[in-house]
Design a protein around this ligand. Structure first.
Ligand SMILES: *[C@@H]1O[C@H](CO)[C@@H](O)[C@H](O)[C@H]1NC(C)=O
Ligand SMILES: *[C@@H]1O[C@H](CO)[C@@H](O)[C@H](O)[C@H]1NC(C)=O
Ligand SMILES: *[C@@H]1O[C@H](CO)[C@@H](O)[C@H](O)[C@H]1NC(C)=O
Ligand SMILES: *[C@@H]1O[C@H](CO)[C@@H](O)[C@H](O)[C@H]1NC(C)=O
Ligand SMILES: *[C@@H]1O[C@H](CO)[C@@H](O)[C@H](O)[C@H]1NC(C)=O
Ligand SMILES: *[C@@H]1O[C@H](CO)[C@@H](O)[C@H](O)[C@H]1NC(C)=O
Length: 208
């Protein structure tokens, strides 16, 4: 475990060069992503911190909200899977899911739990500037009349799951790279081999 701790520390310092945007999920138990509109540059990370309940962050197309993007396009997209907070909370940890932004294409996102998407639990990364109809407001309006489809396991992936002990939700959308090494480090844990070393217990020890 010593070795993996050293490795993670090394990765975290590398990661501090890359900006990580923090989006809190279900702040105050609400059906929200906060902030729900961010602009992120290629290479940057977006880390979702699940604060309550049992939610997902799942990619759809603009035209078909609440349905996995793979159903309506050739993109695989990403899906965090369900992130029940209670189990981690009892260990003082918060589940996270971190994606890397590869380009400036818009990413339309929803929660696949129950009717959360229909009820407005949606967000956008890189809302397009060139098409005035493709706004978060219009996406939310379409979602209100949609029907949630659960992604199968095939679309789980595209991001990295983890935990942090100190949610940085007090500065939503803030620059986690400078304020929270733990958050930025989690963003860099993209190698599954490394990540499996980071059991919840090890994570707790590491971030004490
Ligand atoms: C959560 O509660 C705090 C304090 O009342 C408030 O400032 C914040 O806007 C709330 N967040 C959301 C997403 O509603
Ligand atoms: C998606 O795949 C289909 C079938 O392979 C193809 O006809 C279509 O052109 C592709 N669309 C895009 C946007 O690449
Ligand atoms: C989270 O929600 C999913 C989908 O509704 C459900 O299958 C799963 O059992 C829930 N997990 C917990 C711990 O409640
Ligand atoms: C925007 O929506 C309006 C009303 O549905 C439509 O008439 C218009 O063509 C759309 N504009 C674009 C750029 O898609
Ligand atoms: C999910 O993955 C498991 C294990 O790989 C597989 O047995 C199961 O059939 C998959 N379920 C769906 C809905 O694809
Ligand atoms: C960025 O590219 C990586 C590697 O191809 C992929 O795993 C990831 O899902 C992509 N990110 C997004 C947001 O699609």
């Amino acid at each position: 475990m010593q070795f993996s701790t050293l490795l993670l520390t090394a990765l975290a310092s590398v990661a501090s060069a890359q900006r990580t945007w923090v989006v809190t999920v279900a702040q105050n138990g609400s059906l929200t992503y906060s902030p729900n509109k961010i602009t992120a540059a290629p290479g940057e990370f977006v880390q979702f911190q699940f604060l309550a309940g049992n939610h997902t962050v799942t990619q759809s197309t603009f035209d078909k909200p609440c349905q996995p993007v793979a159903m309506h396009s050739n993109a695989t997209g990403f899906h965090s899977g369900f992130q029940p907070v209670a189990a981690s909370a009892s260990m003082g940890m918060v589940p996270t899911y971190t994606i890397q932004i590869n380009n400036t294409n818009p990413l339309w996102l929803y929660c696949a739990q129950g009717r959360h998407c229909e009820n407005g639990m949606v967000m956008v990364i890189n809302e397009p500037a060139t098409n005035p109809n493709r706004t978060l407001e219009n996406y939310k309006a379409l979602a209100a009349g949609a029907q949630t489809v659960l992604p199968g396991n095939a679309t789980v992936g595209g991001g990295t799951s983890g935990t942090v002990d100190t949610p940085t939700g007090t500065t939503p959308g803030g620059d986690a790279a400078s304020s929270s090494p733990a958050a930025a480090g989690a963003g860099m844990l993209s190698a599954p081999a490394i990540f499996t070393l980071l059991s919840a217990g090890a994570a707790a020890a590491l971030f004490l």
